[in-house]
Design a protein around this ligand. Structure first.
Ligand code: AMP
Ligand code: GLY
Length: 433
């Protein structure tokens, strides 16, 4: 079996490890925009190139690839899954039309409305130039999130309170409306969690819930980032969740895959649902068409099921026949990021991996040159601890970080009892209990 992995980040290093653990001993190939040392080491062969149709297709042909895994969203937005499938290569990663659930936030919300999918906040979409309509809707809702409709790498969304007050919301909406459309929606308040699932178009296989930490500094302070770290518990739920929260999230994701199939065809890939426990129940913040980074670090290392069996089941639409299982362990992932991240990060600075104890690590936005690993300015190395409890996993991850050397910083509070207690109190407050 020849598997092609697309992408150069930490998410792809984790996926590569899962493929390398397969009992079927597949040959792994990769196309990556820069040399991720972790992924490269696991490959039989790789190509350094932009992750585009023009680069990937000839490579996939020449290596006679059987199945492909598309890690990031950018190649999905280029229609890479469609192009590979036209070559007879099935993909873990949806075609362009189903991937709109992540790629176009206006489409995603309109889709939820059309299908009556639960958890959709009050929202409206405004087209380029409709300043008056947008301003009136902001006044009407009073407390809003303003989102550009296209891909922004998680950095285009601004919410009131965090980023601005009502006049600022209008100004930001106007700025976006001068070049494109925006979604304006109610500002959801509550506690966030993520659920990731494999989908073959009909059946979903769910992973345990994970919580990411978007803010750069301890105490949830500072600017938003791609995610500074994340944790999961030994079961499916997080300490602040109830069984019904997880069941509701799964039901929403199943309804989403069903609706997508009716509208634009089978959704084959990873569906990532980001949810919020609010005073009015579970709400959907967004869907992504790929694993989360860092959230994938919490779940794939625990996957018991052979990843290659999952790939085959998605391709053959037989996921309902496969038990997708995860080890029952808690995990804590902490990202070592360049000093100054995200605003003024140190770039091209050397990273060295020393003794990280019982932790594992994944190379993320780094590149290797002449055997030396350098930062790019984005999140560099993810360190993961796994144990019976979140507290033990946190200790392992924290200790692991002491073995990562370079001009790097990390949040010290992710996975600690103090922060988790705060989450539990917050969720309880939201539910009014
Ligand atoms: P997104 O790019 O949709 O992931 O948004 C980035 C972040 O903005 C999310 O992780 C949330 O923390 C926040 N966010 C997005 N939509 C909302 C909303 N309607 N209300 C409150 N926060 C939101
Ligand atoms: N950590 C959030 C994401 O991957 O979108």
């Amino acid at each position: 079996m020849k598997i092609l992995l697309i992408g150069s980040g930490g998410r792809e290093h984790v996926i590569a490890e899962a493929i390398a653990r397969s009992r079927q001993d597949p040959d792994l190939y990769a196309v990556m925009s820069r040399k991720n040392p972790g992924t490269a080491r696991l490959c039989k062969d790789f190509l350094i190139a932009d992750e585009s149709v023009d680069a990937v297709i000839p490579y996939a042909r020449s290596r006679r690839i059987d199945v492909a895994v598309i890690g990031p969203e950018a190649p999905l937005a280029l229609g890479l899954a469609d192009a590979l499938e036209s070559e007879g290569i099935p993909c873990l990663g949806p075609r362009l039309a189903p991937a709109q659930i992540e790629l176009d936030k206006a489409w995603a919300r309109m889709f939820m409305r059309r299908h009556g999918i639960r958890g959709c906040p009050a929202f409206e979409v405004f087209e380029e130039g409709d300043f008056e309509g947008a301003h009136a809707f902001i006044e009407k809702l009073g407390d809003v999130a303003v989102k550009p409709t296209g891909l922004t790498g998680g950095k285009g969304v601004k919410v009131m309170g965090d980023h601005f007050e009502i006049e600022g919301a209008k100004a930001y909406a106007s700025e976006l409306l001068s070049t494109g459309s925006v979604v304006i929606e109610e500002n959801l308040l509550g506690e966030e969690f993520t659920v990731q699932a494999f989908s073959d178009g009909t059946t979903l296989a769910f992973a345990p819930a994970v919580q990411d930490h978007k803010r750069a500094y301890d105490g949830d302070k500072g600017p938003n980032t791609g995610g500074m770290g994340s944790y999961s518990d030994a079961g499916d739920l997080l300490p602040f969740m109830r069984e019904e929260d997880y069941e509701e999230a799964k039901a929403i994701m199943r309804d989403t895959v069903k609706g997508i199939k009716e509208d634009v065809g089978a959704y084959k890939g990873i569906l990532y649902g980001q949810f919020m426990i609010t005073a009015k129940g579970i709400k959907v913040i967004e869907f992504n068409a790929r694993f989360g980074d860092p959230e994938v670090m919490n779940i794939l290392p625990l996957l018991r099921t052979d990843f290659v069996d999952i790939l085959s089941a998605v391709a053959n639409e037989t996921l309902s026949d496969l038990d997708v299982e995860f080890k029952r362990l808690a995990t804590v992932c902490k990202y070592a990021v360049p000093e100054g991240y995200p605003e003024n990060p140190v770039k091209d600075s050397v990273v060295e991996i020393g003794d990280i104890g019982d932790a594992t690590f994944f190379y993320s936005s780094v590149y290797e040159q002449d055997g030396v690993v350098y930062t790019t300015g984005s999140r560099a190395i993810a360190v993961v601890g796994a144990a019976q409890t979140i507290a033990e996993a946190e200790k392992i991850a924290s200790h692991g970080l002491t073995g990562i050397h370079g001009d790097l910083i990390a949040r010290s509070d992710i996975g600690t009892a103090a922060l988790i207690d705060k989450r539990i109190r917050h969720a309880a407050e939201m539910r009014g209990s």
